[in-house]
Structures are given as structure tokens and as C-alpha cells.
Design a protein around this ligand. Structure first.
Ligand code: NDP
Length: 337
């Protein structure tokens, strides 16, 4: 087969002499790893993990050199898999991409079919990356809560923490569209109106959930919760969710340690649901994207999203680690100015 691509641009993270280095580089097709499907990438996105990767923080990149970008959407250029053909539009969210497999901050990527999902009908490549890993994780969290009995007519509000961030914004919009009453917790008062526009029925200051407490339980306040903050916030949420309610724990933007007691579990039957988007199998990925196609309000998705050229990954990467990004950021990997 005649190669359709020989050179392209990508962000490359290296470790010369053990020191972190990152830049946009001219790459040769021969540098791409083995894989069944070659994808011409249109868009990637900015997730918390990508912020860590492009700013040289440990814990995300496992092999060097690495092209970061844990998710991407594009068009199949070549495929040796029966599942995909040249011209198919596809989407990839965290499957080791940007960690152990070269990721989406690149004009081309090659990987195996098991990581790849067809672009849902009615969704553009840009919208797929406006959703990205953050929106995928929000939908996975909603589905986990539903699986444990949450229904739109359940009494009380569903709490979303880190609400102005990527997982938080998409979770608020999805829950509101499904008919839930949504309480949004944020540390940024300037985004209260934004969160109400996404469908939040009430807003609380995140400081309320961060105050240290020795109490084993608080008053029952939330029907369920999606927590992207972790740390003391998650401990506070566990103390105040309804008896037999569930908490989907997906993040650590506020801390990884969890200082709690067993009382929420043994006195109230609270369920703590772990959310691990990279480990979702192919049928699970298809099910989550199918729900996203119907339950993500695309008008609100456009409202919560900015699109930036590839060269901006370095500054928006710093901003997401500082908790200063609102909603979602799409990376146009073919724009350089
Ligand atoms: P964002 O930075 O977009 O959102 C995180 C939000 O958390 C911020 O917007 C802010 O919300 C809040 N926050 C930030 N710092 C603090 C702090 N020190 N204390 C309390 N709240 C804080 O990141 P993402 O939405 O992309 O990711 C959120 C988390 O979810 C990350 O930890 C990420 O690693 C994790 N994640 C996990 C996945 C999984 O599969 N389990 C998949 C995707 C993400 P506000 O300003 O509203 O207070």
C-alpha cells in the first residue's frame, strides 16, 4: 500500500538526561507504533491528565518519548481491522492513549481497533471532543448512579462537585437534561450563572464541602453525587448523602487522600462507586457513547466549549492544573496559529 502520510506534526514529550522536555515536532510516519488503524486526527481535547502530561507532572506518561492527548476524534486513513474502513469517522477516549500509547496531540495516530468507537450519528468530530474523556466520564458516572437505583423522580438533588470543570460541567448538563434536580458545587462565584444556564437548580460554595469535620455523619442532604474533587470534599459528600444513596467518585482535583469513617456505609448503606473510564471495555464504550448521543444537550455543549490551536496546549495545560479552565477545551491539532 502506498503510504498516504509521510510527515506530520505532533506534540512530543521526551526525557533527555532524565529531564522533562516538550515541544511540537515534525514527525515521520515510521515513528508511529504498530497498530491496526491509522487515524487522521481532527481534534483532541484538554483533560486534567493532559494538563499533568504537558506540564511535566508525574503520574500520567509511562513511556518516553510520548505523544500526549488522552482522547481524539478523526477519520480512518488505513485499517487492517474488519471493524473499520478508510473514511470512517471515529472517536477514542483514554485507552492508555497519551500514557502508554501515543495519543491525540498529533495529526496522525495509530492504534488497535479495540480502543476505537464509531463516531455517534448526529455528532460532529468537534462535538465528540467537546465531550471527550470528561463527558464520557460524566456519562459513565450517571449510568453507574442509575444502575444503583437513581431515577429522575428520586427525591432530592444530585450533587456535582468541581462543577465548573470539564467532568462537572458535562455532568450538570446531562443530569439536568435527564430531569434531575442538580446542586452544583464550585469555588468560582463568577460561574454561578454559567452553571444555572447548564441546568443547575442550586449552587453551593465548595468551601462548604471542604471544612474539616470530625463528625462521622451529617444531615442527609443529597440523593446522589458525582465527585471529581476527592479529598475532604468526597469525605463530606459521603457524610451527607441520603441513606442507600450512591456517590460516583471519579476525580482528585482537590486531593487523593480520603479521610472518612465506615459509618456512611454501615449505618446508611451508602454506595461508593469507583469510576475508571480508561478500563471500560468495548461494549461499555459503545453503550456510553450511545447514551451521550441522546442525553448530552449539544447546544449547551457548544456553550461550555472553547476551541484552541495545538500550540496552546502548553498554556491551557497550566490553566487546567491551576483549576482555571471553565468547561471543556477542544484542541484543533491542524491549527498552529
Ligand atoms: P477540570 O480542571 O476541568 O475540573 C476540575 C474542577 O475541580 C475545577 O474546575 C474546580 O471546579 C475543581 N477544583 C480544582 N481544584 C480544586 C481544589 N483544590 N479543591 C476543590 N476543587 C477544586 O478537570 P476535569 O474535569 O477534566 O477532571 C476532574 C477530575 O476528574 C481530575 O482529577 C481528573 O483526573 C479526573 N478524571 C477522572 C477520570 C476517570 O476515569 N476516573 C476521567 C476524567 C477525569 P470549580 O472551579 O467549579 O470549583
Amino acid at each position: 500500500m502506498i503510504p498516504t502520510v509521510t510527515t506530520f506534526k505532533a506534540v512530543l514529550v521526551t526525557q533527555p538526561d532524565g529531564k522533562f522536555a516538550v515541544d511540537i515536532q515534525d514527525m515521520d510516519r515510521s515513528m508511529l507504533a504498530e497498530g491496526e488503524v491509522l487515524v487522521r486526527v481532527a481534534y483532541s481535547s484538554l483533560n486534567y491528565k493532559d494538563g499533568l502530561a504537558v506540564t511535566g507532572k508525574p503520574g500520567v506518561i509511562r513511556n518516553f518519548p510520548m505523544v500526549p492527548g488522552i482522547d481524539f476524534a478523526g477519520v480512518v486513513e488505513e485499517s487492517s481491522s474488519d471493524e473499520f474502513r478508510a473514511g470512517d469517522s471515529v472517536v477514542i477516549t483514554g485507552c492508555g492513549t497519551g500514557e502508554t500509547i501515543w495519543g491525540g496531540y498529533s495529526q496522525y495516530a495509530r492504534l488497535d481497533a479495540k480502543c476505537i468507537v464509531p463516531l455517534p450519528q448526529g455528532m460532529s468530530l468537534q462535538q465528540a471532543m467537546a465531550i471527550g474523556t470528561a463527558g464520557f466520564t460524566a456519562m459513565q458516572s450517571v449510568m453507574a448512579l442509575e444502575h444503583h437505583g437513581l431515577k429522575p423522580d428520586s427525591t432530592g438533588e444530585v450533587l456535582v462537585t468541581g462543577a465548573a470543570g470539564g467532568v462537572g460541567s458535562t455532568a450538570v448538563a446531562i443530569l439536568a437534561k435527564l430531569g434531575y434536580k442538580v446542586a452544583a458545587s464550585t469555588g468560582r462565584p463568577e460561574y454561578h450563572d454559567y452553571l444555572r444556564d447548564l441546568g443547575a437548580t442550586s449552587i453551593l460554595d465548595r468551601a462548604e464541602l471542604q471544612a474539616p469535620s470530625k463528625r462521622p455523619l451529617d444531615s442527609e442532604r443529597w440523593a446522589a453525587a458525582i465527585d471529581s474533587v476527592g479529598g475532604d470534599t468526597l469525605a463530606a459528600v459521603l457524610r451527607s448523602v441520603f441513606a442507600h444513596g450512591s456517590v460516583a467518585a471519579c476525580g482528585l482535583a482537590g486531593g487523593a487522600a480520603l479521610n472518612t469513617t465506615v459509618f456512611p456505609f454501615i449505618l446508611r448503606g451508602v454506595n461508593l462507586l469507583g469510576i475508571d473510564s480508561p478500563k471500560v471495555d468495548k461494549p461499555g464504550r459503545l453503550a456510553i457513547w450511545s447514551r451521550l448521543a441522546t442525553d448530552m444537550p449539544l447546544d449547551l455543549l457548544n456553550e461550555m466549549t472553547q476551541v484552541v490551536p495545538l500550540k496552546r496546549v502548553f498554556d491551557v495545560g497550566e490553566l487546567i492544573i491551576a483549576g482555571k479552565i471553565r468547561g471543556r477545551t477542544v484542541i484543533d491539532v491542524n491549527a498552529f496559529e
